[in-house]
Every structure is written in C-alpha cells, then in structure tokens.
Ligand binder design. Structure first.
Ligand code: PRE
Length: 352
C-alpha cells in the first residue's frame, strides 16, 4: 500500500474509534449519574485492573501490556473526569517526580494542585479541596520518607494506590561545558543518588546547594549564570534548560514508590497489599508475638520498618492481602488496639 492508502485506512479506523469512545462515554456518563446519586467513589482501581487484565488476556495484536496500560489508563482518567471532575494535590512544584507520577495515574485532563510539602498534600485532601493526594513513601537508595509516615499517623486518610517510578536524573545547565559550572542546585537526596557521577566529573568540588525540589533547581539554574541543576528531564524541558548529561544516577535501579491517598476504602481486587502502623507495648516479645500471629494465618508480610514519631517507636508494616479478606479480618480484630490500618490497594510490586 502507498503512504496515502495507509493513511486513509488509519483515518477510517480513527473515525470508528471516535464513535466507540463516544459510545463508551455515554455509558460512563450514566455510571457517573448513578454514583453521584449515591455519593459512591468515582475511582475504582480494582475495576480498572480487572478491565486491563481482561484486555491483556485476549490481546493478540501488536500492543504490548505497557501500551494497553498507557492507552486505557488515560481513557479511564478521561472517564473519571466526565463522571465527576476531582482535583489532585501532589508534592510540587510543577514537573516534580511526584507530578509525573500523578499525571501517569490521573491523566492529562485532571486539575492538579502543587503543594509545597507532604503535610500540605494531606491537609488539602483532608479538607476536601483535593479528592486525591500523591506523595512519595520510599526510595530504593534513601529509604522511607519520614514526613509521609508522620502524616499517615496524624491524618485519617486512606492509601488507595501504590505507584512505582524509575527515577532518572539529568544534569542541566546553560553552561557549554562542565568546567564553567560553579554551583549546582538540587534536592539533598538527588545529590546523594548522583555522588559517583559528581566525583567522576570533578563536580563534587563545586558548591552543591540543596533546595526543596529538583524542579525548582531547574528554574534557578536557568536564571543564574555558571549554575546547573540535577533534575528530571521534564523539569529541564519545562524551564528550557539544556540537558548536558542524562541518567546520571549512580544506581541504575533507582526507584521511588509513591502513595495515592484519599478518603475512601478500596474494595477487594484479589491482588492486594495492605499497609498499617503498629504500636506495640514496650515489653519483651511483643513484636515476635504480633508477627507470629500473621505467620499462623499464613499472611505474607512484605515489609517491616521501625520508625520514631515524637519519641514513640512504631512499626510500618505491610502484608499481601486486603484488610477485608476473610483470613485477615480476625487478626486485625485481635490487634485492633495496636494497629492503624492505612489502606488496602492493588499490589503493583512486591517491594521497592
Ligand atoms: C470506569 C471509570 C472509573 C473507574 O475508576 C472504573 C471504571 C471506566 O472508565 O471503565 C467506569 C466506572 O466508573 C466504574 O466502572 O465504576
């Protein structure tokens, strides 16, 4: 076929797709009306997961699983916006890694509210200004984000999704060569994640200025001569800052895990993980007894981290399963005075 003939075929299919999309939206709109009369949550991750699983199973064309995710997650996001537009607060500023993660789940059409701190994200979701909040919980190199644990303890909000993202850093600058760089802006943990690169380039001798976000670093580096930023590609692009080196992180498996928080509980999906905070009495054997109880019920614990909040020692524990699974309800009931369930959500990965 000639290029023109191929394009005619594509046009015909696009016309059909448009019709089908609109037909889908008619039904989605009716779902929205039903939900809006009962106040039921619009976002139903377990339903979206079931659709994706079904489509991947029957797929025998050129689309990969990732392509199906990309196309349909955007479609779901458009659907949710039609049912009831809901705002998403995230740890900003614009073009931060958290912003990218939020967009990957809530699509291009949602209203996003950048916040200056993790606590501010929780506060806005708690107030109802935003229906969802997106915040980091841990990074493969830097561990747990304490602010997030503290806020999970303080606020009565639910984790409704986990999202993992590969974190790639970029050295961006208006300088033509490394030798002209006198200072570098970035977030403290981003400097930590690029130590070897900085040493190898002799950049560990220049002034490293930690600031609150890598996106702001890109902005500052654009404004100041002889400066550079370690930031995400999208941040460099947002501020028109030329990229000198990409993928400069020391560990090529640099991942961050994020939580989406909201004010409702997910239903069981069959592939769930649950996060909880555990406050144990300060006596010998308390932790072992608690863990044994989970072992007896064959619940697979996937994470246990101790954490100090205001002088009090607590554990951040995760397990495979949903808080409403039959074999789990009993254990939680037995330990209800020691446990704060933070949420059950679809398991994307075993661990970071
Ligand atoms: C739909 C949209 C949002 C939900 O997160 C799940 C699915 C969809 O587009 O298929 C429809 C819907 O609202 C629903 O099935 O509950």
């Amino acid at each position: 076929m000639t290029l023109d003939e191929l394009r005619t075929k594509i046009d015909t299919i696009d016309d059909q797709l448009l019709k089908l999309y609109n037909q889908r939206m008619e039904y989605v709109n009716q779902v929205g009306e039903l939900k809006n009369t009962t106040g039921a949550p619009i976002y139903r991750p377990e339903r979206e997961q079931a659709i994706l699983n079904r489509l991947k199973q029957q797929n025998d064309g050129k689309l990969t699983d990732e392509a199906i995710d990309a196309l349909f997650l955007e479609l779901f996001a458009v659907s949710r916006n039609l049912e009831r537009p809901e705002a998403i607060a995230y740890l900003g500023p614009k073009a931060s890694f958290t912003h990218q993660v939020a967009e990957s789940r809530f699509g291009a059409m949602s209203r996003y509210i950048p916040m200056g701190s993790i606590k501010a994200v929780f506060r806005e979701v708690n107030r109802g200004t935003a229906k969802f909040g997106v915040i980091p919980i841990e990074n493969s190199s830097n561990g747990i984000v304490s602010d997030t644990i503290n806020c999970l303890k303080e606020y009565d909000l639910k984790i409704i999704a986990e999202i993992f993202m590969d974190i790639h850093h970029t050295l961006a600058t208006r300088c033509d060569s490394i030798n002209e760089i006198k200072k570098i802006y970035s977030k403290d943990i981003a400097f930590d994640q690029c130590r070897i690169f900085l040493q190898d380039c002799g950049l560990d001798e220049v002034e490293l200025i930690p600031i609150e976000s890598t996106a702001k670093a890109a902005k500052l580096a654009m404004e100041e001569d002889n400066s550079a930023a370690i930031c995400a590609n999208v941040a460099a692009k947002l501020y028109n800052l030329p990229i000198l080196f990409s993928n400069i992180e020391d560990c090529d498996n640099n991942k961050t895990r994020f939580f989406v928080i909201s004010n409702f509980d997910n239903l069981i999906s069959g592939n769930d993980k649950t996060s909880m905070l555990v406050y144990l009495k300060n006596r010998p054997g308390a932790l072992v007894e608690f863990l044994n109880d989970f072992e007896r019920c064959e619940v697979n614990l996937t994470k246990i981290k101790s954490h100090i909040v205001e002088g009090e020692s607590i554990f951040f524990i995760e397990f495979n399963g949903h808080q409403k699974d039959l074999h789990i309800i009993d254990i939680i009931e037995r330990h209800k005075d020691e446990v704060k369930i933070l949420g059950s959500y679809i398991k994307e990965n075993d661990d970071i």
